[in-house]
Design a binder for this molecule. Structure first.
Ligand SMILES: Cc1cc2nc3c(=O)[nH]c(=O)nc-3n(C[C@H](O)[C@H](O)[C@H](O)COP(=O)(O)O)c2cc1C
Length: 223
C-alpha cells in the first residue's frame, strides 16, 4: 500500500485537473465532488442504479481509474481474481442489447421471477444498457476460492468510485446468461474458463435518480 493514498488516487486517474472536468465531471449536479472525492458514507448512501444517460463518452483515463479502484477491493487470499472487458462502441452495445433481449425472452419460463419484465424486454425501445456509453464486464479467473464474490466486491468499489466522480452506474444482470455463452465469450476475448460475473454500465447521468426505499435489516441474532 503506497504511503500516500492521495498520490495513488492521482496516479490512478481519479484526479481531473479543472481544465479537464466535464459538465458532469464531479460537479454538484451529479453529486460528486471535483477530483472524484466524496465522503465514503455519502457515496454509500448517494449511489443509485442510474437508468438514464447523456450521450457523452467516458474517457479512457476515467475508465482506467475506475478499474484501478475496483482492484483495491478485498479478495479471498489476495487472489485478485478479476479481469475486465470494456466495450464503448454505442453501435455494438445497441446490437448486444437486442440480442440479449431476444435471448432472455426466448428462455423465459412461466415461473421465472423475470416474467414481470417480459413486456419491457419485448419493447424495441428498451435498451438493456440504458444507452450508457461504457460497459465494463468484470470476469473471474478460474480456480479461485471466491472469485465471484471477489468480483462483486470489485464491482461495488467501481460503482462507488464512479459515483464519487459524478458518474452513474448500473449492474446489468440481464446480460449475464448471454455473456456466459462460449461463442460470445470468445468474441469478447474472454477465455473459456473465465466467468463473466458482473456486467456494469458507466456513463454521465442525464438526470436525477430518485432514492430506492430500503427495508429495515432483518437481524437474526444479536447476543
Ligand atoms: C446482480 C445485480 C443485477 C442487476 N441487474 C440489473 C439489470 O439487468 N438492469 C437494471 O436496470 N438494474 C439491475 N440491477 C440494479 C437493481 O435493480 C438495483 O440495484 C436495485 O433496484 C436497488 O436500487 P439502487 O441500486 O439504486 O440502490 C441489478 C443489481 C444487481 C446487484
Amino acid at each position: 500500500m503506497p504511503a500516500n493514498w492521495q498520490a495513488l488516487r492521482k496516479e490512478c486517474c481519479l484526479w481531473q485537473e479543472p481544465s479537464e472536468r466535464t459538465e458532469h465531471g464531479g460537479g454538484p449536479k451529479a453529486g460528486g465532488k471535483p477530483g472524484g472525492t466524496m465522503d465514503v458514507m455519502d457515496a454509500i448512501y448517494g449511489r443509485r442504479s442510474v437508468r438514464g444517460y447523456a450521450d457523452q463518452p467516458v474517457d479512457k483515463a476515467t475508465v482506467e481509474g475506475l478499474i484501478k479502484a475496483a482492484t483495491y477491493a478485498p479478495s479471498s487470499m489476495n487472489e485478485q481474481p478479476w479481469a475486465f472487458v470494456v466495450i464503448q462502441d454505442p453501435k455494438r452495445l445497441a446490437a448486444f442489447s437486442d440480442r440479449i433481449k431476444a435471448y432472455v425472452l426466448k428462455r423465459l419460463k412461466p415461473d421465472s421471477p423475470l416474467v414481470k419484465y417480459r413486456d419491457m424486454l419485448a419493447n424495441p425501445d428498451y435498451h438493456v444498457f440504458h444507452r450508457a456509453r461504457t460497459l465494463i464486464i468484470i470476469c473471474a479467473r478460474p480456480n479461485t476460492h471466491n472469485g465471484e464474490e471477489d468480483c462483486s466486491l470489485a464491482a461495488q468499489n467501481l460503482m462507488l468510485a464512479a459515483h464519487a466522480m459524478g458518474l452513474g452506474t448500473c449492474p446489468i444482470g440481464f446480460a449475464r446468461p448471454w455473456l456466459a455463452q462460449a461463442r460470445i465469450k470468445r468474441s469478447l476475448s474472454i477465455p473459456d474458463d473465465y466467468i463473466p460475473v458482473f456486467p456494469v454500465v458507466v456513463g454521465y447521468p442525464s438526470g436525477e435518480t430518485p432514492p430506492v426505499e430500503r427495508r429495515p435489516p432483518e437481524i437474526l441474532l444479536w447476543e
